[in-house]
Design a protein around this ligand. Structure first.
Ligand SMILES: Cc1ncc(COP(=O)(O)O)c(C=O)c1O
Length: 432
């Protein structure tokens, strides 16, 4: 029996050490850990360098090549990486940041952390942010827009970039801001588009990998993600001139390490102990142990991970798309293709209560499913903050019917068929 949600899946265990008994049930999203991963971590441990070092730097370079950007920085989570991006852009009290109502809490929490106000907008049928709702929410306080690639399907980032550009006449930059010797708000002259690509590493927009479309793209390498480093994240920089990718990298690298002018590796060079701190930074660097896991994941991402995830989603699609009791998720259109992170099925005939009962019925069949996500206005904090679910009808209706099915590399075709049978039988049992 399994109790699961995105961040913590509690497995029934076969012994006191918590070893997963694979015959017992179908879990939701276990990571792929095999001898190659274990060897890479062992090598990192034996190398004598376990914090940020050569493995992290190589991983960053390879990620940047994959995404088609000049520079990318690997950090310890999406949350800390994207919060740092807001701080770099000088977003703070009095400012507004537009986020979709339908997302994981991290997207809005980082806005709260910097003292700005998250402004929620509704989503479209593919679960992603509605660019027209963004347009309507823009005003002179808007400093940033965070579209979210839910389930791996890219948001309409290019349309949202256009909305930001069209609204540049209203943009009111903070005048006294100095970040790394210049004022990024004055330089960009419009709201920053910070893409929440926590789910969408390897997804495509216009045939190109996600990362080189928004101003800054934030990835998550959390344990359940398509590409994991156990915990981790990255920022891909794609800011227009006169921004300089190397300067951006240097600022983020320094500020992810307390604002120190030298990182630990640089300080170990003979005689190079002295450093300075020009601004009090944060602490959110990636370790070489994490990068070692990530590099193995990246090396086999296009050849193994993505094709397997796609094949699983297509098998679900063949079963659910023709069945009128279900709405199959959009995974591809003429411009965008998902990273196949989640298979977000909907049951249109179900109320929220029915959906919850269906999930219990599926769990009784030893299949772990999930719901992505509880919209922000349903969370106590955001309710107290004044967000009302009735203002985001699409977010609510999508959420109330949604069931995410297991998608992960080691899921076999036979297990996919077991999931399909469990879902169909459960829906039949509850809705007749
Ligand atoms: C949409 C979304 N954004 C951001 C995050 C935060 O990522 P991290 O755990 O790497 O901070 C998550 C994590 O699950 C997420 O689902």
């Amino acid at each position: 029996m399994v109790v699961g949600h995105e961040r913590f899946t509690i497995f029934a265990t076969s012994d006191e050490f918590g070893t997963l008994d694979p015959s017992f049930m179908i879990p939701f999203a276990p990571p792929r850990i095999d001898d190659r991963t274990i060897q890479a971590v062992t090598d990192a441990l034996r190398s004598g360098w376990i914090t940020t070092g050569p493995r992290t730097k190589a991983f960053e370079k390879h990620l940047a090549e994959y995404c088609g950007v000049e520079k990318l920085i690997a950090l310890n989570s999406w949350t800390n990486a994207c919060e740092l991006a807001l701080r770099w852009y000088g977003v703070g009290p009095g400012d507004e940041v537009i986020v979709p109502a339908y997302t994981y809490c991290a997207t809005a929490n980082i806005v709260m952390h910097v003292g700005a106000k998250p402004v929620l907008v509704d989503v479209l049928d593919d679960f992603t942010m509605d660019p027209e709702a963004v347009r309507a929410a823009m005003n002179q306080r808007t400093k940033c827009i965070i579209p979210v690639d839910i389930g791996g399907m890219p948001a309409r980032v290019q349309e949202i970039m256009r909305v930001a550009e069209e609204a540049c006449a209203w943009f009111t930059p903070a005048v006294n801001l100095r970040i790394g010797g210049s004022n990024p708000q004055m330089r960009l002259g419009r709201a920053l588009v910070l893409s929440d690509a926590a789910h969408s590493f390897g997804a495509r927009i216009g045939g190109k990998p996600v990362g080189a479309q928004a101003d800054i793209t934030g990835f998550s390498f959390h344990a359940v993600k398509n590409l994991t480093t156990a915990e981790g994240g990255a920022l891909a920089f794609h800011l227009p001139e006169p921004f300089n990718a190397q300067e951006l990298y240097t600022w983020f690298n320094t500020m992810s390490l307390h604002g120190q002018s030298k990182d630990a590796l640089a300080k170990t060079k003979p005689g190079a102990w002295r450093y300075d701190v020009e601004a009090p930074g944060w602490k959110c660097n990636m370790t070489d142990i994490q990068a070692a896991i990530g590099q193995v994941e990246l090396d086999r991402y296009d050849s193994e991970t993505l094709p397997r995830r796609k094949a699983i989603c297509e098998r679900y699609h063949d079963a659910f798309a023709p069945d009128e009791r279900f709405i199959a998720p959009l995974l591809k259109d003429e411009n965008r293709e998902s990273s196949y992170h989640l298979y977000m099925l909907r049951v249109p005939g179900a109320s929220e209560v029915d959906r919850n009962v269906i999930i219990e019925a599926i769990a009784k069949r030893d299949v772990s499913v999930n719901v992505h996500f509880l919209p922000l206005p349903m969370l106590s904090f955001y309710k107290r903050f004044g967000c009302r679910m009735e203002d985001y009808p699409y977010a609510y209706i999508h959420y109330s019917r949604e069931i995410s099915l297991p998608v992960y590399f080691d899921l076999t075709d036979a297990q996919v068929d077991t999931v399909i049978a469990a879902v169909k039988a459960s829906v039949q049992e509850v809705l007749g």
